[in-house]
Design a protein around this ligand. Structure first.
Ligand code: NOJ
Length: 801
């Protein structure tokens, strides 16, 4: 890590600065002079710290600077603000706290902010933070579902709404977007991200940052985004949360980092480091990644926060002998704020005594935090975040609910539809079966912020209240809804047996009777919310026994069955695929879930969500991505050949990445290129026509894939490089043009170096990664080196009708 002095004196992080790092630290006032003298340089110090921050640093004691680095829990996630007592107010007066999480409320937070602004020595405001991940009070579908919309504008709009709602409630900072690519659905946190693909992930990442921040952090209706969890948090071994990620440097850079890069381009004001290690280096102490790649190579100037207790946990990783060393490693890596471990607060002073150079890192960290507070406008209008009237008007307003309903419509993925099972339009009796149909908590998903289950329209209520004339709904449970037994309570002993298979069967006979008395069944099965999310890894992503029993009993009745799958991850559901007439993957869809389900089931809206990850046939197929590198012995259907496959399952996924059906039908024209060759600086326009050949207005997601067939390293079988969700009237045709730059085929060579190679590039247009309609190819005539992760570069798409 560069020293405070060296940063003021060096124009880049990587050259010449290290030699200066042993210099004696100048006193703060001398530093200010130094900076003023060199104000025409482009040092990071000047670039990243506001004049007010520099001025304040010159007046603050070491303890006060450390105070800025401390983020305390102001309550618990289920009992917000509960720790904000008199003692806490005194800490704020003494400048011991930089930020609180697990707090919220315009009125509730006003007094403590006033104390910070008016009664603390330097009047530095507090930062109030919360995990507003897929809504604050108006909860919209979980992030993996939002990615299934393949609709960046929707993602941006929804994040904007969440930003407005939470800012009206006194919050400044959300711990979102979570942009960890995940190819292993055993990992419970797959629910929080955009799935398996770095191109789609990059688009969803930038859309969320734009939505939360809206280009103006100082506005009172925006919040600071935290792009998390930088590193490779999404690939823990075996899918077990917090575990080591041992992936190649190429994969880190080509697959896992692009969404983080895209977030920086979109202006993300903060990042959070991951809990886990990559090849032995926990991200919280990874100087090369955090201070090197993120800050130096990508030019990120904002604030970096650790994850919960992660600085202390560096001792568990075995790379710090004690807390002081943990603090010093994290600080040197460039982690500015310590989320709750109190290592910075309690142990940094000793570390600085041992190594005075750390004071420079401390200055930078405190300076970055103060600068962010200033960018948010908190010094000058901090109390304006506490307008109770605005909060009342904003929270759960009709417009927000309407957007949540639209989002839930757009995220549903129709996996299978035979025998005209959907939509249901004719008068008839429908039996809705399954405890999840009534479980409003589950629709709130994994991060519900201040979502209230009483404000959720259940799937059953939605289907009942919106039923067209002549459709009658009956209901039976069939399985009890699993009761969460292990929500964060480390003092309690909860065993595996107590856990996910413990939900009893409920009255199966009643469910069968209800199904038999109806014309068709809507069977609502899948995951309870508490099976997805943090620390919710599963070894088995199939249905649990009691739900399988229910499904089998219902199939046996011989009634047509539509499965509504509730899930936060890809699941392996081969039996459902074999026996159900239709399967609608409805994820966990937020406050308007039931209404949106009715819109789709009764045919008001044609579904057009597309899978952001393969759905495997069996758990053992994962991790399983459509864009793996080709094998020397590609998988073959004939088991007698020795090929890249398992012998007990088909070679393909059950439902591939990009898959999703419609109530309408679409015809694709040829894919044509406007040129046969481009330079490495150039771009190609790829065009196709798509016609709605059905008889209802419907949306289609047009997908563009690329393959580099011959390169200096093996390239993915195919890679997503563009998409567009379009709406077409019956009979209407749209012309879709994708402008792809040669650089989007760039291959990672080494840190900060990407190579666009000369040679052939193939392009494919299709309905999914396994359903390609047409292809074409062009030639890149020369090669060039660049520094942008290829998947992070956005393809321009134009639609004309
Ligand atoms: C731990 C999680 O990993 C992180 O995503 C979250 O933001 C923090 N807890 C705070 O709740």
């Amino acid at each position: 890590m560069k020293t405070f002095a060296s940063i003021a004196l060096c124009s880049t992080f990587l050259t010449g600065c290290q030699a200066l790092s042993t210099q004696v630290n100048p006193a703060p006032t001398a530093l200010v002079d130094e900076i003023q003298k060199t104000s025409d340089t482009t040092s990071s110090f000047e670039k990243c710290l506001s004049p007010r921050a520099i001025e304040l640093l010159s007046k603050m004691t070491l303890e006060e600077k450390i105070g800025q680095l401390h983020q305390a829990a102001g309550g618990r996630s289920k009992n917000l603000n509960s720790r904000l007592n008199e003692e806490e107010f005194d800490k704020v007066r003494r400048g011991e706290i930089g930020s609180y999480l697990h707090v919220a409320g315009a009125a509730e937070l006003k007094e403590i902010q006033r104390v910070a602004l008016e009664e603390s020595t330097h009047g530095i405001p507090l930062l109030f933070a919360m995990d507003v991940v897929h809504g604050y009070r108006t909860i919209y579908p979980v992030p993996i579902a939002m990615a299934a919309s393949w609709d960046d504008e929707l993602m941006e709009e929804a994040s904007r709404m969440a930003g407005r709602e939470s800012a009206s409630s006194g919050l400044h900072w959300t711990f979102a977007p979570m942009v960890d690519i995940a190819r292993d659905p055993r990992w419970g946190r797959i629910v929080e991200g955009a799935g398996s693909d770095p191109y789609l992930g990059s688009r969803m990442s930038e859309a969320q940052v734009k939505g939360f921040q809206n280009g103006d952090l100082s506005a009172e209706d925006t919040v600071l985004a935290t792009t998390k969890h930088i590193g490779v948090y999404g690939a823990p071994t075996g899918g077990r949360d917090y575990g080591t990620s041992d992936v190649s440097e190429r994969t880190v850079n080509e697959v896992y980092l692009p969404p983080f890069y895209a977030a920086n381009q979109a202006g993300s004001g903060s990042y959070m480091t991951a809990f886990n290690d990559i090849a032995g280096i926990p991200t919280t102490a990874n100087e090369e990644l955090v201070d090197g790649v993120l800050r130096s190579d990508w030019g990120f100037c904002g604030m970096i926060v650790s994850d919960w207790n992660a600085i202390h946990e560096l001792t568990n990783h075995g790379i710090a002998k004690d807390r002081a060393e943990a603090g010093s490693l994290a600080l040197q890596a460039g982690v500015d704020m310590d989320m709750t471990s109190e290592v910075y607060k309690k142990d940094l002073i000793n570390a600085i005594k041992e190594n005075p150079n750390l004071e420079n890192d401390l200055n930078l960290a405190a300076g970055r935090i103060i600068t962010v507070k200033e960018q948010l406008g908190l010094f000058d209008k901090g109390l304006q975040y506490h307008d109770v009237e605005r909060e009342r008007a904003e929270i759960l307003k009709d417009e927000n609910r309407a957007l949540a309903r639209k989002a839930a419509q757009k995220t549903a993925v129709l996996l299978k539809n035979e025998n005209n099972a959907l939509p249901i339009t004719e008068p008839q009796k429908i039996a809705v079966i399954g405890g999840l149909a009534k479980d409003t908590m589950t629709q709130l998903g994994s991060w519900r912020a201040r979502g209230d289950k009483n404000e959720v329209v259940s799937l059953l209520d939605g289907l009942t209240n919106n039923a067209p004339e002549g459709i009658e709904i009956s209901y039976a449970k069939g399985t009890e809804v699993y009761e969460s037994s292990f929500s964060y309570a480390p003092d309690r002993q909860v065993s595996v047996e107590d856990n996910i298979y413990s939900a009893p069967q409920a009255d199966l006979a009643k469910a069968i009777e209800t199904a038999e008395a109806a014309d068709r069944v809507v069977l609502v099965i899948g995951e309870h919310y508490d099976w997805s999310g943090e620390a919710r890894a599963r070894t088995d992503i199939e249905l649990p026994e009691n739900q399988m029993k229910l499904a089998e009993a219902i199939f046996k009745t011989g009634k047509p069955v539509t499965v509504v799958l509730v899930t936060g991850r890809a699941m392996a559901i081969p039996e459902l695929d074999e026996k159900a007439d239709a399967i609608l993957n409805f994820w966990m869809s937020g406050v308007e879930a039931g209404n949106a389900l009715a819109d789709i089931v009764y045919g008001e809206v044609s579904p057009a969500g597309r899978l952001p990850i393969n759905f495997p046939r069996k758990t053992g197929q994962v991790p399983f991505s459509y864009s793996e590198n080709p094998s020397g012995r590609p998988a073959h259907s004939n088991l007698a050949k020795d090929t890249n496959r398992s012998i007990d399952v088909e070679t393909t996924p059950l439902y591939p990445f990009g898959h999703g059906l419609s109530y309408s039908s679409f015809e694709y024209g040829e894919l044509t290129a406007d040129t046969t060759s481009i330079s490495s600086d150039g771009s190609v326009q790829l065009t196709t026509d798509v016609t709605n050949t059905g008889d209802m207005v419907a949306e289609e997601v047009v997908q563009l894939y690329m393959r580099d067939p011959y390169a200096f390293v093996a390239r993915p079988r195919i890679e997503l490089r563009g998409y567009k969700r379009i709406s077409l009237e019956p009979g209407e045709t749209a012309k879709i043009t994708f402008t792809v730059q040669a650089e989007q085929s760039g291959i990672y060579v080494k840190r900060n170096e990407w190579l666009t190679q000369a040679g052939e590039l193939k392009f494919f247009i299709g309905r999914s990664s396994s359903d390609i309609e047409s292809e074409t190819s062009i030639n890149v005539t020369d090669q060039k080196r660049g520094s942008i992760p290829a998947a992070a570069i956005k393809t321009k798409v134009e639609v004309s009708k």
